[in-house]
Design a protein around this ligand. Structure first.
Ligand SMILES: Nc1ncnc2c1ncn2[C@@H]1O[C@H](COP(=O)(O)OP(=O)(O)OP(=O)(O)O)[C@@H](O)[C@H]1O
Ligand SMILES: Nc1nc2c(c(=O)[nH]1)N=C(CO)CN2
Length: 161
């Protein structure tokens, strides 16, 4: 059994309902046990050019799971759940009904063309690090060190709901 951290983000549609539905679907998936759900944070949308206060705001948080799925199978499940919740890919870092990112999988380092672990931008995102810190204060991000130190350096702002 492995343990994984999955980040969720939503800034279109009924964000709470989408997140609740995705968490339920993940909990119901074969080979996955949902072990923890973080507090949810409001955050300003980060676009390619920086924070965009005019874009719809995000709800962000993380889910902890235990799973027998290998990382690529877990990624496929997350992509299926995004699609099932109306995710449409257009603009890079564009607005979305649901984003599910695999942040950490047993501290593994992976550089597959479909999957990079740990998630390549997790180390600088307060909207990922803060909710993860709430669940696992002593966690480390493979290759980057304690998430508490990373959180302290992250520049984006998050507000607990
Ligand atoms: N750790 C990971 N978690 C999720 N997707 C990943 C990961 N590593 C690589 N990918 C790949 O990234 C692709 C594009 O992801 P996506 O469109 O969700 O990016 P994004 O959410 O817009 O940006 P970001 O990756 O910065 O959060 C996915 O199809 C997947 O194959
Ligand atoms: N606040 C916020 N901004 C983002 C987010 C996100 O989850 N929250 N996700 C992005 C691409 O995954 C790009 N920008």
């Amino acid at each position: 059994m492995s343990r994984a951290i999955i980040a969720f983000g939503a800034n279109l549609g009924d964000r709470e309902q989408t997140i609740a539905s995705a968490a339920r679907a993940l909990a119901d998936a074969v080979g996955v046990r949902l072990t923890a759900v973080s507090p949810v944070y409001e955050s300003v949308a980060i676009k390619v050019d920086g924070a965009d206060p005019d874009a719809p705001g995000y709800l962000n948080g993380v889910l902890a799971v235990e799973t027998v799925l290998e990382p690529l199978a877990l990624l496929d499940l997350l992509l299926d759940l995004e699609a099932a919740h109306g995710r449409v890919r257009t603009e890079h870092w564009g607005d979305r009904t649901l984003d599910l990112d695999l942040i950490d999988y047993d501290g593994r380092v992976v550089a597959d063309e479909r999957l990079v672990l740990p998630h390549p931008r997790a180390h600088e995102r307060a909207f990922v690090l803060q909710p993860w810190l709430d669940l696992e204060p002593a966690a480390e991000l493979a290759g980057f060190g304690p998430i508490a130190a990373l959180r302290a350096k992250a520049a984006d702002e998050v507000t607990r709901r």
